[in-house]
Design a binder for this molecule. Structure first.
Ligand code: GLN
Length: 549
């Protein structure tokens, strides 16, 4: 029978509940179990697609085209759980579904209420994921903090599931904070209150994950156990790891979290195999090679806005046995001329331009792409980053000074990037936004084909604009080579600079499929090229110049 593990959070937000849930998932997988991950979000938005990256971080796209919260990206990096729109549940979706049924008369005129109608629908959604054949455990991360008005219906649904399925089939894990006060003393009171609040709703946590700067001493764990009714061995210290977030599964394993969880769920279990995670940590702590990659984008102030890209670059580093240092560069500053490109890119081994919407900062990205091309610096353009390659090439090489995307300059004379419907008959695509996974055909004798080593690949899309078919041939002939197309050859999927060390753009988002233990081939190849170029240009010669400033 499928078992359920609910992960709730207390005291305050941003404690890393997503990483905790995902790490537990990876530990259970390391024991050979089939795990499914679900994120429950108490906001009323139906999905994260229309939420600002400034407020909400990256939008994570699944194969079936769902635009979800970035926590699903953590699940994808830490576990093998298949992810689709079923794995992301928001209050908005639940109410929308219940109201639709009410309008259809499905409730036969009865009063429709939070309990049982909303909670029933929540339970149904959660169970539909776990009902898949062969699933051993479903981990459900409940967004928000215990005590929030918004999360109450979800917590009530959790309480009901524990009651209905019994303690050996459902486990409640609660993540809390043990703050450190001025004299360095660790305080347990907020955790006591948070558990009290959870118990008032009717949920007794089985396991506590206590976030603190350091590992909790036994006397403190004993005290927490006494006040919260949780066994001392299940009061687990979630201390700050020193090397990388990918150490967290190992940190929990060292304290026996997976054993505790499996014993409570009455499961027999084999030894854990964590060699992949150990390798990741070994590279991060042991490698003496560092590759410096500049990410030129417009949402750089918020650390999570290109989360999957940043992580995929680290994965590319691990696959090349080196660390990756990210240098975030605001394309608007380049656009305004506030930054001198020579200075900005001094000591940089590779330049990446990620996806984005809207024209702000795009000319700064064009300048960065040009710099990479002219200085033979490895360049990787993703979605908007590939469209920028087209604009730059058309302007600098074809001499079309006003070349642009119709997204930013609808009236320009040379629309080298334009809306999907301007390129092909959109009936086949069922809408203007290309969202979710589709096949691409990689053409022979191209860099991208050699990187993947195969002709047909499946990657996820999230964009409205396409390389113009009117200019495609002229660009190709001038040296911006088409490396990939849609399966029917109708649209450009990838471009590369002829004669350049490593300059490649893709219309899709490979970052969503990269894992620390299995880097995406494009990120592996890009970081590898950056590492080789770093060696070629001799890091020693660069370092003194940087330290002078
Ligand atoms: N804004 C561009 C488009 O809609 C690129 C989108 C992206 O980078 N995800 O096509």
């Amino acid at each position: 029978m499928n078992k359920y593990i609910f992960v709730t959070g207390g005291v305050c937000s941003s404690l890393g509940k997503g990483i905790a849930a995902a790490s537990l998932g990876s530990l259970l997988e390391s024991r050979g179990f089939a795990v499914r991950m679900i994120k429950v979000d108490p906001y009323i938005n139906v999905d994260a697609g229309t939420m600002s990256p400034y407020q909400h971080g990256e939008v994570y796209v699944t194969d079936d085209g769902a635009e979800t919260d970035l926590d699903l990206g953590n699940y994808a990096r830490f576990t093998c759980s298949p992810l689709s729109r079923d794995n992301s549940i928001t209050t908005g979706q639940i109410y929308q579904e219940v109201i639709r049924q009410e309008r259809e008369g499905r409730y036969l005129g009865r009063t429709v209420q939070v309990i049982p109608h909303i909670t029933d629908r929540i339970k149904q959604r959660i169970r539909s994921v776990g009902d898949d054949h062969g699933v051993d455990m479903t981990i459900v991360e409940v967004g928000g903090t215990v005590g929030d008005i918004e999360s109450f219906p979800f917590l009530e649904a959790v309480r009901q599931m524990i009651h209905e399925l019994g303690k050996t089939n459902v486990l409640a894990v609660h993540l809390t904070l043990i703050p450190e006060v001025a004299n360095g003393e660790l305080k347990t009171k907020p955790t006591q209150h948070s558990v009290k609040e959870l118990r008032e709703i009717g949920i007794q946590p089985d396991v506590l994950l206590c976030r603190a700067p350091v590992s909790l001493p036994d006397d403190l764990r004993r005290k927490i156990a006494l006040f919260t009714n949780v066994d001392m061995e299940a009061v687990v210290s979630a201390y700050d790891v020193q090397s990388t977030l990918y150490e967290i599964p190992l940190m929990y394993h060292r304290q026996g979290l997976d054993t505790i969880v499996l014993e409570r769920l009455g499961m027999e279990f084999p030894e854990a195999d964590l060699t992949g995670w150990q390798h990741v940590v070994d590279v991060v702590t042991g490698s003496d090679c560092t590759v410096r990659i500049a990410v030129v984008g417009k949402y750089i102030d918020l650390s999570d806005s290109y989360k999957s890209v940043d992580e995929a670059l680290f994965h590319g580093g691990i696959a090349n046995d080196c660390k990756v240092e990210l240098v975030k560069i605001d394309s608007e500053r380049i656009e305004k001329g506030d930054d001198d490109l020579e200075r900005v890119f001094r000591g940089i081994d590779g330049i990446l331009i990620p996806g984005g919407f809207g024209g702000r900062g795009v000319n700064g990205m064009v300048a960065a792409a040009r710099y990479a091309r002219e200085h033979d610096i490895p360049y990787f353009g993703i979605c908007l980053g590939m469209q920028v390659m087209v604009i730059e090439y058309a302007r600098s090489v074809l001499g079309f000074e006003d070349a642009d995307s119709t997204e930013f300059a609808p009236e320009c004379d040379h629309p080298v990037v334009g809306l999907l419907e301007e390129q092909i008959d959109v009936k086949n695509y069922g809408g203007t936004m290309r969202l979710g996974a589709s096949h691409s055909r990689l053409l022979p004798d191209t860099l991208i084909r050699s990187v993947y080593g195969t002709e047909i690949v499946t990657e996820r899309h999230r964009h409205r604009y396409e390389v113009s078919n009117t200019y495609r041939q002229r660009l190709n002939e001038a040296g911006l080579i088409t490396g990939g197309v849609t399966e029917d050859y109708s649209l450009v999927e990838s471009l590369e600079w002829d004669g350049h060390r490593w300059g490649l753009g893709v219309q899709f988002h490979p970052e969503f499929r990269s894992k620390p233990v299995d880097a995406h081939p494009l990120f592996r190849a890009f970081v590898g090229a950056a590492r080789d170029s770093a060696h070629a240009s001799s890091r020693e010669a660069v370092a003194p110049a940087l330290s002078e400033e």
